[in-house]
Design a protein around this ligand. Structure first.
Ligand SMILES: *Cc1c(COP(=O)(O)O)cnc(C)c1O
Length: 377
């Protein structure tokens, strides 16, 4: 029964629960929907579709697909790693990284709100026999002082602490960016302790475009890096895992084991290549739009933000109990044509992306202010 549990306040923390279609809340006919649930809702642009249609392809399981090879080499170069491998999802790249780096009975350290721990069904435990040690950071970011003393002593009572995993930008931390110096300090500590380091860089492109720090510089302190093309970059499918040649060869074996061996994937790889070449620099527009949304939220007495100015493209605001719940706020926004995601009992997430323009953002700001003035309670 548990497997089919309906949405409740408890499982509302799962982001997808907010996207369940609701029969009760129909927006008015011909109202243009502004979809701010996630940056994964983007549709392939005409140029991307054309690149996908014309992609050279081959069977990447029997031998190789030429376009996916081009993508893998391109992303490995951008991240400054020896090699990279394409996979269908960021969940798979993260989980295969953990599996290849660790052995059953190992433990990895991660931030308590991270994607790997919260939104991947504990696959590290289910599929690879690993344990997570979570440490609550500030807006998703860990501090060196919190890590000191967190490696277990080497004796037969304990699991072996093996790896440190960071997330940049941090999703539940409202798109927070780790500074390069903090990453270097944390990874340096990990390496001195004999730990391996993995970066969940699903939105690393946002961090790089926002700060001007290169993808390579952000990736350098990590043995492996996972990136997603289906978030702000706007490709329909795909992630890459990058690292040493030896590591990627092992990841390729694990990908087959996990059912991720794919045939003529040049069609998908072409979308990702197009996104990297034509849709990365424009992420600054999404960041500017997120600042406009945050500014509107700040004008509302019943709403609050932990950071008044978002680092990147995610805004997570708190709804005062006096107003009502996050689910009620999200429903009211929907009646104004704005889709959002309840991200906790009292918090709502908005994400800007390629498929929402400035004008729509301005309309969304008006909707937020208008909804905030009319408490549900
Ligand atoms: C989206 C995301 C992933 C991967 O999710 P998939 O849906 O499996 O592609 C991993 N980490 C973070 C931080 C994400 O936001």
């Amino acid at each position: 029964m548990l497997l089919n549990a309906p949405p409740t306040a408890r499982n509302m923390l799962i982001p997808t629960s907010g996207v369940r279609p609701s029969g009760k809340l129909k927006t008015q006919d011909n109202m243009q929907i502004i979809d701010l649930r996630s940056d994964t809702v983007t549709k392939p642009t005409p140029g991307m579709r054309e690149a996908m249609m014309n992609a050279a392809v081959g069977d990447d399981v029997i031998d190789i697909d030429p376009t996916v090879v081009e993508l893998q080499e391109h992303i490995a170069g951008l991240l400054g790693k020896e090699a990279a491998i394409f996979m269908p999802s960021g969940t798979m790249t993260n989980q295969i990284a953990l599996r290849v780096h660790c052995t059953p009975g190992d433990e990895f350290i991660c931030e308590a709100g991270c994607h790997i721990y919260n939104y991947e069904q504990g696959a590290f435990a289910q599929l690879s026999g690993l344990v997570a040690k979570t440490i609550a950071g500030q807006n998703g970011l860990l501090d060196l002082d919190q890590l000191r003393g967190s490696v277990r002593p080497d004796n037969e009572h304990t699991v072996r602490t093996r790896l440190l995993c960071l997330e940049n930008t941090h999703n539940r931390g409202a798109g927070k960016i780790y500074s390069l110096s903090r990453i270097q300090a944390l990874c340096n500590w990990a390496h001195v302790e004999g730990l391996i380091t993995h970066l969940d860089g699903a939105r690393l492109f946002n961090a790089s475009v926002a700060t001007g720090v290169s993808l390579q510089a952000y990736s350098e302190p990590f043995e492996s890096v996972s990136v997603c093309f289906s978030k702000g970059l706007g490709a329909p499918v795909g992630s890459c895992l990058a690292g040493s040649r030896e590591f990627i060869a092992k990841a390729r074996r694990a990908r087959k084991l996990f059912g991720g061996g794919m045939r003529q994937i040049g069609i998908l790889a072409a979308g990702a290549l197009y996104a990297l070449k034509h849709q990365m620099e424009r992420l600054v527009v999404d960041h500017e739009n997120a600042r406009l949304l945050a500014h509107a939220v700040c004008q509302c007495e019943s709403l609050s933000l932990s950071d008044k100015v978002p680092d990147t493209n995610i805004v997570i605001f708190h709804v005062a109990n006096e107003w009502g719940t996050a689910a009620q706020f999200s429903s009211s926004l929907k009646q104004h044509g704005v889709l959002s995601l309840p991200f906790g009992p009292q918090s709502v997430r908005l994400v800007t992306h390629l498929d929402v323009c400035r004008n729509q953002i301005e309309n969304a700001c008006e909707a937020i202010i208008s909804v905030a003035q009319t408490p549900a309670n």
